[in-house]
Ligand binder design. Structure first.
Ligand code: SAM
Length: 215
């Protein structure tokens, strides 16, 4: 016998269990102003938790937006940790810096790099990062996985937002490029010998995977 599925009120209760404060609300308001979809509350809390468990000192984020996910990450990281965050839109990053500053983080805690992810990521150091969080162009998710595997230290964790992509991933009739790219990513991560995967049904879905320690 399997456990019965939870009702929608229970999902909502879980999603909002870890509260957001004014600084996160301000980041969300900036996101709305410029038409960016920020990570959901439950996904943000999960990122903060993972960064905290890892005692993360070095994190890469792909898709800064206006800093909502970045702020959740910074709050989980070590006090001397640095978030390296990449976005193709310099204006989004300007707003993200406002979000971080308003929340009390020194500018040195966030290294914002403006540029296309697949141009910037190859310049970052191999095996240096505790956590890589991807929330950029869904069609590029397979390429972000390749980069994340190179960037992560053994024992590090990768995270991809929108892993259920608006309920489309689980619906076989949906064949658009973004949905297919997310589906392909899920299959590749699940089958990867060097990864321990977990698909969390928070927000729009958060795929996590730990890069195993080598023998
Ligand atoms: C969903 S939003 C990120 C939201 C942010 N992670 C948050 O939760 O607050 C996606 C961001 O990725 C950026 N983006 C899209 N394609 C990109 C690419 N190829 N390289 C870098 N950034 C990209 C967009 O400009 C946008 O700011």
């Amino acid at each position: 016998m399997t456990t019965a599925p939870l009702s929608t009120p229970s999902w909502t209760h879980a999603e909002t269990y870890v509260a957001e404060d004014e600084a996160l609300a301000a980041g969300r308001a900036r996101a709305e102003e410029v038409g960016v979809t920020a990570i959901g509350q439950g996904g943000g809390a999960a990122l903060s938790f993972v960064a905290s468990v890892l005692e993360a000192r070095a994190v890469v984020e792909i898709g800064t937006g206006t800093g909502v996910s970045g702020l959740w990450l910074l709050r989980g990281m070590r006090p001397d940790g640095v978030l390296t965050t990449v976005d193709v839109e310099a204006e989004h990053q300007r707003l993200a810096r406002e979000t971080f500053t308003e929340a009390g983080f020194a500018p040195s805690r966030a290294r914002t790099i403006a540029g296309a992810a697949l141009d910037v990521l190859p310049r970052l150091t191999d095996g240096h990062y505790d956590l890589v969080f991807a929330d950029g162009d869904k069609v590029e998710y397979a390429a972000y996985l390749t980069e994340a595997l190179r960037l992560l230290r053994p024992g590090g964790v990768l995270a991809f937002d929108n892993a259920l992509w608006h309920d489309r991933v689980a619906d076989p009739s949906q064949r658009d490029p973004e949905t297919q790219a997310v589906r392909d990513l899920l299959a590749e991560v699940a089958a990867h010998d060097d990864l321990v995967p977990l698909l969390l049904p928070v927000g729009d879905g958060l795929l996590l995977a730990k890069k195993v320690w080598l023998p």
